[in-house]
Design a protein around this ligand. Sequence first.
Ligand code: HAS
Length: 557
Amino acid sequence: MQLSRSLKNVILIELFLPITLLILGIYHGLMQTIYRSGAIHQTSEVHLDYYQGLTLHGVINAIVLTSFFAVAFGHATIAYYLKKEPNKTVSWLSLWLMVIGTLLAAWAMLSGNASVLYTFYPPLKAHPFFYLGAALLIVGSWVPLFNWAAMYVKWRKENPEKKMPLAVLGTLVNFTIWFVCTLAVAYEVLVLLLPWSMGWVKDVNVSLSRTLFWFFGHALVYFWLLPAYIMYYTILPKVAGGKLYSDLAGRVAFFLFLLLSVPVGVHHQFSEPNIERGTKFFQSMLTFGVAMPSFITAFTIAASLEYAGWKRGSKGLFGWMNKLPYLDKNNYLFAYMICGLILFIFGGLTGIVNASYQLNNVVHNTAWMPGHFHMTVAGPVFLAILGMSLYLFSTLQGKKIYLPRVNVILPYLWLIGVLIFSTGLMWGGLIGEPRRTNLGMTYLNPSNSLYHPQWVPTTMLALAGGIIMTLAGLLYFIVFFGTVFSKKSNTPVLEFPESESYHEEKRIKFFDSFKPWLVMMLVIILIAYIPALIDVMKNAGPSAPTFLPGNPTPGAK
Ligand code: HAS
């Protein structure tokens, strides 16, 4: 399909800008591992505050990159499968809002006025531009949903007998989750944090803010994940050389995400005393529920890959694993996706540990947690974003991949780096190593009274993993910018490898319509969140004074 210059430019800017910012994001990731390993004992040694770096790392990698990519990939999938381009004005409006929001937040972070981490919990306070920037970025990313939904309604009228394309279903589900969950964070930012940050009100209800944040915060992780899942269902079986084992399984998985992505946020607040046990237990159960669509995906995609292996001539029970195109440089999307899936096996299992109400006590706020989320967001999500950004750039611009052999190897380097890095963090977490702490100042400074030598091997392991990840990141930048700035050699097109279904499954109306699922979504959210909100309003406690981050253990010598 040929795209208009306008839509092509929107998509390319939405890919280019965050990948460029990622240079900063990856640099600060490496700095984290260096700080935490005890190699640096004073932040002044690198002229940057630890929390400023951690905020830049989290916001750029987890919010900016993911939101821009989701919108760009959404435009591409909607245009490709509905064979019609989204509205030009809406696409540009969305892009401008996101760009202005990002610039405002970037100024606040880079000037040291917003070292509040990506969760911006009060009473940590940021400059109003940070909150305003975040709000604009989010609103900008909402805007296309309304246009895509209208396009889908029109398509449905014109094609009453056809199944909704799976990629369109995934995109609409994802942005509906995003719209619903961001309503809470919009309230938090606009009504609670912004007036407090402007000095119009003196205090802020900390527990209400956190509860509103996590209403958004866990759904956010599925907003990151679903573009990768769309690729696993609609592209991976094809590039593996096989077929999608069940298209219906994909539909069930996406609709289950719609139901269960939002009403689970309290599992981030198990240790907060102001929310009652019953509410926590209920949301813990729903969290096991939201793991179901991922289990369905694991089995469906494994079956699709097994079929691809058989078609490639494999023998024996597990022989299919040896036959897949791991190092095929002309088929590099496979490498990006399989590495993400392998990481997600461990990322998913550690998520189940977190979700278990009692086990959570052992791991909450320890280094285990970044161990978990680097095998999810820096696993399937990040690798899918990197692979697809490169793919869209090369096909939409008609350019050949620069250094194709390096390109197909670097996802494996990243995989090894993340496995080593996360092992170090999770091992450390199990022996009490805290997250979000500049360990080098105190706990890993041999001349400090708080020195903890048992965390030396764990942080060293994380450092080794971090260096390997950085190396893979550098190679990616070389390949990406090398491709972007190379000469055009093919006709520019928008084209996706499309997986066929292994079974011809009957169209089931229930799995081809949004209405019943939207109603169920609303009911479950109300049941899960009304008690939680009553709890935090009732047990709010005294409002806390503003806290500005400095030494995490003030007073320690
Ligand atoms: Fe999580 C905390 C529970 C998934 C991200 N999570 C976090 C945080 C982040 C995050 C960023 O219940 C930290 C937030 C903060 O800053 O405080 N998480 C879960 C559960 C899941 C889960 C149950 N998380 C994710 C995903 C993320 C993500 C996805 C990002 C994209 N998480 C928690 C909990 C906490 C938490 C608690 C709070 C803890 C606390 O105390 O603070 C589930 O969705 C996971 C289900 C996944 C699976 C795996 C399926 C496996 C697949 C691969 C198959 C492989 C194949 C290849 C087919 C069941 C699909 C085979 C082929 C070969 C050749 C081998």
